[in-house]
Design a protein around this ligand. Structure first.
Ligand SMILES: [Zn+2]
Length: 141
């Protein structure tokens, strides 16, 4: 009698923190939305990077930002880009204009597709993916 091998469950793809982005990921794990700011001109750098695109300074500092924002756009994912997400389809990914002046895309929870509107107020929430990695998502504000 032969057995059919069960394929291994797909692994969730996870971000790889870098030296520049580690404070961002640490913040999410602590339930805080941290943004990198240029220490010379004060402008926000998001995504985190070593050089300011405005004044080319390599100095930066981290500040906690508001978790509030409004929906800029969204997509309903019926075909997952990675097999891990197949079990979650359909799911919504929102592009959100944060009060801090940056855009963040993340899964949107708690709002039905037919209720989605541009400009709807949402708030960043946090979903632990592993012991070390927490990912952002959005919920109704
Ligand atoms: Zn700068």
């Amino acid at each position: 009698m032969s057995q059919v091998a069960t394929p291994p469950a797909p692994e969730r793809p996870l971000p790889t923190p870098t030296r520049e982005s580690q404070p961002y990921w640490d913040g999410l794990r602590e339930g805080r939305f941290m943004l990198q700011h240029c220490a010379a001109c004060g402008k926000v750098r998001h995504y985190p990077r070593p050089v300011c695109p405005h004044c080319f300074s390599m100095e930066s500092e981290w500040r906690e930002a508001s978790r509030d924002g409004v929906i800029h756009s969204w997509t309903v994912c019926h075909h997952p880009f990675n097999f891990f997400f197949k079990q979650m389809t359909p799911y919504i990914v929102a592009l959100v204009d944060m009060e801090a002046g940056v855009r963040v895309n993340a899964p949107l929870r708690g709002i039905a597709e037919e209720d989605l509107r541009i400009g709807t107020r949402v708030r960043m929430a946090f979903e632990p993916a592993t012991r070390d990695v927490t990912l952002p998502c959005f919920e109704p504000a």
